[in-house]
Design a protein around this ligand. Structure first.
Ligand code: PLP
Length: 403
């Protein structure tokens, strides 16, 4: 529990830090949902949501969280008994597979563990082995928020093409959208799912399903799609309420309008570059910490790491002790370890995560690193010295010169 005055910093990988401008945009009386500015505002969101994903495809919005986006994507494309191939690199890959199974699909999981990315060659082999094309979709996770593995989605598409397999490529970008570069059309992604509360900087409550014409065509052949999850009317409404199959998430829409304006003003590529710079700053500090103790980045290779979230570990229970210390004394809340160990397992209190998605900049990352440095010191956890200097040097090296 936080026990210090002054602002607090929620450095968890979702919900992320909400910009004041987003919160202020939401602080208003309820708007008319039958006529007036909300109608135009909602329509204006669609092209900007498409731009953030680099697609000319369709976008459906749901009142829901990331799990809702998973279910919505499956409900429109996967029928009872269909097989799906799930290359998993952490908790969330397994989560999407479990969702598919609960809906009556038959997932085939390729488990790449917790410390390595998807091996596209194994995806290709699994698809080649499926000679009768029973697999209807590959469910890939761009960034698995539990392990902080970032997968090469274009390589998975190349593997599918090389196996000449017709399955849909469906990608979970819930953690990565608006943080790590993502090119829906250029990478050949058919369906993509996202949510409002991570890189898009809006409170939890909006789920997004993006789809291309190929996926839209598959939808038309589905034997049955729940009225609520059906993306057809949502992506192409005749009347306003069809966007949301009921009352619009009024205030979230105002918040999202502001968040998308912020992304547009900064420029999507600049947003990506900022996340990359901040991630490198964290890695530079962690590299130094790891030289003098048992603290570890979950992924040894930078090329496989997300720019939105970083998973780390210490000998249990020091991870939990560190999280508690920095929250109590510094007002910084770190992410818990997720899916890295079973509760009760010896190592369960070793894992923790830094969220660095959305509305973050260099001073916040230095505050995060400084809080952790103080915690390591206060708790007598051995660590290399000079981490903050290394982080600052990375910021100095990569900060864009201005004015
Ligand atoms: C956060 C997250 C989810 C789950 O989202 P909820 O809003 O908690 O349902 C799924 N996948 C990834 C990659 C995530 O980061």
């Amino acid at each position: 529990m936080k026990n210090t005055p002054g602002p607090s910093y929620l450095a968890t990988p979702g919900p992320s830090v909400m910009p004041d401008a987003v919160l202020q945009a939401m602080h208003r009386p309820a708007p008319n949902i039958y006529a007036g500015e909300l109608i135009d505002l909602t329509a204006s969101l669609i092209p900007d949501l498409a731009n953030v994903a680099r697609t000319a495809g369709h976008v459906a919005i749901y009142i829901g969280n990331g799990h809702a986006a998973w279910e919505a994507a499956l409900a429109n494309t996967i029928a009872l008994g269909d097989r799906v191939l799930v290359p998993a690199t952490g908790h969330f890959g397994h989560g999407w597979a479990a969702m598919a199974e609960a809906l009556g699909a038959r997932p085939q999981i390729l488990d790449f563990g917790k410390q390595s990315p998807v091996d596209a060659a194994q995806v290709e082999q699994a698809l080649r082995d499926d000679t009768s094309h029973e697999i209807k979709a590959v469910l890939a996770t761009h960034v698995d928020t539990s392990t902080s593995v970032r997968n090469d989605i274009a390589a998975i598409r190349a593997a599918m093409d090389s196996a000449k397999h017709p399955a849909l490529l469906m990608v979970d970008c819930i953690a990565s959208l608006g943080c790590d570069p993502f090119e829906m059309d250029a990478w050949g992604v058919d369906v993509m799912v996202a949510a409002s509360q991570k890189g898009l900087m809006v409170p939890p409550g909006l789920a997004f399903v993006y789809f291309n014409d190929k996926a839209a065509c598959i939808r038309t052949k589905m034997p049955r799609v729940s009225r609520y999850w059906d993306w057809v009317a949502r992506a192409n409404p005749n009347v306003f309420y069809e966007y949301f199959c009921g009352t619009a998430p009024t205030h979230h829409l105002y918040g999202l309008r502001t968040a998308l304006d912020m992304i547009k003003a900064e420029g999507l590529e600049a947003v990506w570059a900022r996340h990359a710079m901040l991630a490198r700053t964290i890695w530079a500090a962690a590299d130094v910490w790891q030289t003098g103790g048992a603290l570890r980045l979950n992924l040894s290779e930078a090329a496989h790491r997300s720019h939105a979230v970083t998973s780390l570990s210490l000998p249990s229970p020091q991870g939990t002790q560190l999280r508690n210390w920095v929250e109590t004394h510094m007002g910084v809340t770190l992410g818990i370890g997720l899916g890295m160990a079973e509760p009760g397992e010896d190592t369960a209190h070793g894992y923790f995560r830094f969220g660095h998605m959305g509305h973050v900049n260099g001073q916040m990352i230095m505050a995060l690193l400084g809080a952790v440095e103080a915690g390591l010191t206060a708790l007598n956890i051995p660590h290399g010295t000079g981490a903050l200097q290394a982080g600052a040097a990375e910021l100095a090296r990569s900060a864009v010169p201005s004015g």
